[in-house]
Design a protein around this ligand. Sequence first.
Ligand SMILES: [Zn+2]
Ligand SMILES: [Zn+2]
Length: 363
Amino acid sequence: MERYSNAFELPRDVWLAIAITVATTLIEDLCRFRMTCCVAHDVGDEDTVLRMVAIPPLHDMNWLWIRDPIGRRFFKRCIEIGHPELLFQEALRELYIRRNHAIGWEMLQNAARNGLDAAKYALSMELLIRRDDSDAKKEGLELFCMLEAGNLLPACYSSCFAVLTISWPDEVQMPEKGEEHTVCESTRCLTRGHMGLLYDYRRRAAERDSIHGVGGADHIRCIRCRADYEVERFVDIARGHLAAQYTVAMMLMLRDDAESKNKGLQTFRGLKAAGALTNCKLVFHSVVQGTWRHLRRLPMLNAENLVCSSHACPSRGNMGAIYCHQRYGRGWDVNDGDGGAAHIPCVHCRADYELILFVHLFD
Ligand SMILES: [Zn+2]
Ligand SMILES: [Zn+2]
């Protein structure tokens, strides 16, 4: 039986301020806070507090919370009262996974109104895709220009990428963009109509493991053409799903428990066998670009969480040295082909090498 202690006679607004501070730090902290006494319990349940709960990054989300009825009710309530981040995530799922367009559209607008940049981004993409609606296009372009001016596009793309590809990569269905449909309509623009080609070129380059796969349309002067490039990237988001698997595998292997490590290693082996690692790193690198907004704590790698733990392995413990040699010896880039740890027979050690690389992709 739980028993609450007596409430301290603090004014309500002080309690509220405390609850908000706790809620914006960590969701678990809010739960603990609510267990301390009955005043905390009540205050911790107020809309103002719940609207500001810090939601962990998706790859770090405890899935038990979502399966558990109490957890589910909690998140449902947060969405109902308009928690911007949760509303945005749910909106993307409604739009592109469950295909409930009307509901998703409403939620997305709501999240954008609440000031969430990623929601404004997705909204602008949706508006720009509309073919026969010039008002929608104008509104979409205004949003796009604002995000572009604030240098927010990479972070926004990365948020959409995380929501759509980390949990259900295979079920994502993005909207169709008409072949002929472009945001740029200027007859004097030199780049008009070429953004699809440029995007395809970059994607194919990435698939061939070429470093030319990285980079966008930042060098293009026409902002409308840049919007066209971004639309291509957005409707193609689900193709990045191998990169999402890569991210999840790496995050799992960085954990301390054997079960997560094994799960991560299994995916890692699959990606390695498919020759997809370099491409995944390129995609991930372009997504991260130092703006993985959700990530408040960077992943850590230390002696305790290495994957190879075999005492008989001759290469164990040398991966850090090999990595440093690679990085500082002949110049380091993601696209290191066979130059990395490919000659080392121990797959666990190779995973460790990739983990060191992964952690450095955040630099
Ligand atoms: Zn143009
Ligand atoms: Zn080893």
